[in-house]
Design a protein around this ligand. Structure first.
Ligand code: PLP
Length: 360
C-alpha cells in the first residue's frame, strides 16, 4: 500500500498500523466566486468531504491508522466516545463493521439537529451498540463496566478509540494528509497555501496537519477555529498531541524529523465558537449559505464556524495577498436511502427525545 507519508519515509510502512479505507487523495478545487466576492488572493478547498465512498469527512483519514491497529492486533470490538450525533462515532461504526469489527459508542447529550437524528439512525443501522449517558463522569464509570462485560463475553478487552479519534495514532492520518497536499502543490493543482483554515473539535485534524506540514516542508500556517471548549481544544492539548504524534513517528522511523511545536505556524481562533459546541452562530449560518451558493454543503457545528473565521479575516482585508486553503471536513455522501426505513424506536429509549422534540 502506498501513501504519500510512506513514500517519503519507507521505514514507516509496516512499522505503523495502516489499512486503506478512504478514497484518497481527495480533490482540490478552486472557489473563484467567494475569492472575488470577499477579496482573497486565491482560495481553494480541500475536499475531504469525499474522503470515503460510504461516508466521507475528516474521520476517515484517522480511522485508516486507528482501525489499522485494530486489525493488526486482531481485536474484535472497539469502544469509542462522542456527542449523541458524533460524526466520529458514526464513521467508526461504519468502517469497523466493514472490517468485521463491532463498535460500542459511549455518547453524551448534545443540542438536537437533523444531523443528530440521521447519524444515530445510520449508526444503529450499521450495527453499532449505542449508549447514552447524562455526562462525562457517568461515561467514565460506565466505561469500566463495559470493559468488564466485554472481557467476560469476548475474553478480551476492547480497543479504546478516544473522542474524535484524536490520539497520536489517529493524528497520523493528517500527517499523511499534509504529504498528500504537498504532492498536489508539486503537481501544480494549487499554489502553496499561506493559510489553511480548519475546524478544531478534538484537535487531531489541525495538529496532525501542522506536524505533517513541518515534516514535509510546507510553510502554510494552520488557522484552527475552535468549535469546542477545553479540554477538547486547548493550547496545552495541542502541544501534547504534537509531541505524542511525533514520538509515535520517530519510534517507527528514527529518521523522521524532530521539531518542537511551531507556535508561529499555528493559530487557535477563539472568536467563532459562539455559545458552545453544536450551537449555531450567525456567522456560521452566513458561511453555510455562502457555501451553498457554490454547491458545497457545510453544517453549523464545525465547518460553518471554520469558514466564518476565513470570511471574517477576508473582510478585515487580511487575505488579499494570500493563497488560502479551506479544509472541508464534513461528509457529503448522501445516506438518506440507508436510513429511510429505520424506526427510531429500535434505538435505546434515551435517544427517543431526539426524534420526538423539534430539531433546531
Ligand atoms: C470531527 C469533525 C471536525 C473536527 O476534527 P478534530 O480532529 O476533532 O478537531 C471537523 N469537522 C467535522 C465535520 C467533524 O466531524
Amino acid at each position: 500500500m502506498t501513501i504519500p507519508l510512506f513514500d517519503t519515509y519507507p521505514r514507516l510502512r509496516g512499522a505503523l498500523p495502516y489499512i486503506a479505507l478512504g478514497a484518497l487523495p481527495t480533490p482540490v478545487e478552486r472557489w473563484t466566486a467567494l475569492e472575488q466576492e470577499i477579496g482573497i488572493g486565491t482560495l481553494h478547498v480541500k475536499c475531504d468531504n469525499v474522503s470515503g465512498l460510504l461516508y466521507g469527512g475528516n474521520k476517515v483519514r484517522k480511522l485508516e491508522f486507528l482501525l489499522g491497529r485494530t486489525v493488526q492486533e486482531g481485536v474484535k470490538t472497539v469502544l469509542t466516545f462522542g456527542a449523541a450525533g458524533s460524526n466520529h462515532a458514526l464513521a467508526t461504526a461504519l468502517y469497523a463493521r466493514g472490517l468485521g469489527v463491532n463498535c460500542v459508542s459511549m455518547l453524551v447529550p448534545q443540542a438536537n439537529a437533523p444531523s443528530v437524528q440521521r447519524n444515530l439512525l445510520f449508526a444503529h443501522r450499521q450495527g453499532a451498540e449505542l449508549h447514552l449517558y447524562p455526562g462525562r463522569k457517568r461515561v467514565a464509570l460506565a466505561t469500566l463496566m463495559q470493559f468488564q462485560r466485554l472481557k467476560r463475553q469476548q475474553g478480551r478487552f476492547p480497543q479504546v478509540i478516544p473522542p474524535g479519534g484524536s490520539s497520536p495514532t489517529g493524528c497520523l492520518g493528517f500527517v499523511n494528509a499534509a504529504f498528500e497536499l504537498r504532492q498536489q502543490v508539486e503537481a501544480g493543482l494549487l499554489p502553496e497555501p499561506g493559510l489553511i483554515y480548519v475546524a478544531s473539535g478534538t484537535m487531531g485534524t489541525c495538529i496532525g496537519l501542522l506536524l505533517g506540514l513541518r515534516a514535509c516542508g510546507l510553510q502554510s500556517k494552520v488557522m484552527a477555529t475552535r468549535v469546542t471548549s477545553p479540554p477538547y481544544t486547548s493550547a496545552e492539548k495541542g502541544r501534547k498531541l504534537y509531541q505524542g504524534t511525533q514520538t509515535t513517528l520517530r519510534e517507527a522511523d528514527p529518521t523522521f524529523p524532530a521539531s518542537s511545536f511551531p507556535a508561529e505556524q499555528f493559530e487557535l481562533r477563539d472568536e467563532f465558537l459562539g455559545e458552545g459546541y453544536g450551537l449555531p452562530t450567525p456567522g456560521g449560518a452566513e458561511a453555510i449559505a455562502m457555501a451553498q451558493q457554490a454547491g458545497m454543503k457545510l453544517e453549523g457545528t464545525y465547518t460553518g464556524k471554520a469558514l466564518a473565521g476565513l470570511i471574517a479575516d477576508a473582510r478585515a482585508g487580511k487575505l488579499r495577498e494570500k493563497n488560502v486553503l479551506f479544509w472541508n471536513t464534513y461528509n457529503s455522501r448522501d445516506f438518506s436511502a440507508e436510513i429511510r426505513h429505520v424506526d427510531y424506536h429500535a434505538l435505546p429509549s434515551g435517544f427517543h427525545p431526539y426524534f420526538e422534540t423539534g430539531a433546531q
